[in-house]
Design a protein. Structure first.
Ligand code: TXA
Ligand code: MG
Length: 347
């Protein structure tokens, strides 16, 4: 398939630049577009055949539901049975990096929701994404624009690597601001449950959802046969080619461990806090930002994991972040990337 590529000029009006892309969406084609979290692989959310193409392009299992992206928060009414809590959340967080799961309306095809009776709704903040949805005149179903199992793409380069030749168009809108996928909250009669952590943190949500439940799968391995609440969480995720080991300890403990392993001459990639990077010698080092800088960690993770794929490293040692605030999201993705391989260095 021929893939068109356009680069957004942020200094000129968006609508003329996005007209072709909107036509492709409304005619049932596939367009990769930027959001503030990660790039999305979009198609009309009201067209079952278009949704099918998404699963094929990504190599994604068809029981894994897609997120439906809308132009403005009120549009949720058209696709979901919206409880009052949605509006309380929308007022504070939308447009923004928060996805809300609610009972679906019939207009949304079953294959968009992986056969479920619920639909995930997201109103992104990124202006290119919003303008594309508006011009397409349909909501846009979009998973992250990576090959299934790989880290989500945070730049157009990542998308080209995974999907060039498999989609009708790629829109380059520069690097994504946040770098990790949206927070997912499920609303139902039993209350609200956090299914995936993101830039909208549990602390932020608790102002509106004081009884927010946290799905255990966010920080713990699912050892049982019980299906996870977000089907996508059961698949191997975010995995680079090399094995990832997470180091839990203070800066000195992490540096000591890394130095003793790098010495063996193995091909080792290191993803570590700046403070640790200043104390180690050797290894293929990528800086994670300061230990206290949660936003930097979120932005660096996926790009770092992908960069190691382009090198000959066979093992990656990564300093673990604390599971609080936005770092809870980074911690969750790191756990999955490592297959839950942790080394505790605390004395
Ligand atoms: O930031 C984001 O959310 C990005 C951008 C493109 O918007 N999208 C994204 O989509 O991360 P995806 O498909 O990679 O992840 C969506 C997750 C999956 O784990 C899926 O199983 C879950 O949301 N999900 C979607 N609809 C659901 C539903 N009705 N019930 C439970 N989980 C659902
Ligand atoms: Mg994904």
């Amino acid at each position: 398939m021929e893939t068109k590529f356009i680069k957004i000029n942020t200094n000129s009006p968006l609508a003329p630049q996005l007209e072709d892309a909107a036509k492709i969406i409304s005619r049932g084609g596939l367009v990769v577009f930027p959001t503030e979290t990660v790039y999305g692989l979009g198609a009309s959310a009201l067209d079952a055949d278009a949704a099918k193409k998404i699963y094929t392009a990504k190599g994604r299992p068809s029981d894994n539901p897609l997120i439906v992206h809308i132009h403005k928060p009120e549009d949720a009414e058209k696709y979901a049975l919206v409880p009052p809590t949605y509006y309380a959340l929308a007022e504070k967080f939308l447009p923004g990096p928060l996805t809300i799961i609610m009972p679906k309306r019939d207009i949304v095809p079953k294959n968009v929701t992986g056969g479920l009776d619920t639909v995930a709704i997201r109103c992104p903040k990124n202006e290119v994404a919003r303008e594309l949805i508006r011009l397409s005149r349909v909501p846009i179903a979009a998973p992250s624009a990576n090959i299934s199992g790989k880290p989500s793409p945070t730049s157009a380069q990542h998308v080209i690597h995974d999907l060039y030749g498999k989609v009708d168009m790629i829109i380059d809108g520069g690097e994504c601001d946040i770098g990790l996928e949206s927070t997912i909250v499920k609303l139902d009669v039993g209350g609200a449950t956090l299914l995936r952590p993101g830039a909208v943190t549990p602390q932020m949500l608790s102002e509106i959802l004081p009884d927010l439940k946290i799905d255990r799968g966010i920080t713990e391995k699912n050892e049982t046969d019980k299906a996870p609440l977000a089907p996508g969480m059961k698949y191997k995720h975010y995995a680079p080619r090399a094995e990832v080991t997470l180091l839990v300890g203070d800066n000195a403990e992490c540096a000591e461990y890394i130095n003793s392993h790098v010495k063996n001459g193995d091909k080792i990639g290191v993803l570590c806090f700046d403070e640790v990077a200043d104390m180690i010698n050797g290894g293929n080092v990528v800086r994670f930002g300061k230990r206290s800088d949660g936003k930097a960690h979120a932005k660096a993770l996926f790009s770092a994991l992908r960069n190691f794929d382009g090198t000959d490293v066979e093992k990656i040692l990564a300093t673990a972040v604390e599971p609080v605030g936005i770092d809870l999201a980074t911690y969750n993705r790191m756990l999955k990337a490592s297959g839950y391989t942790l080394v505790y260095l605390n004395k």
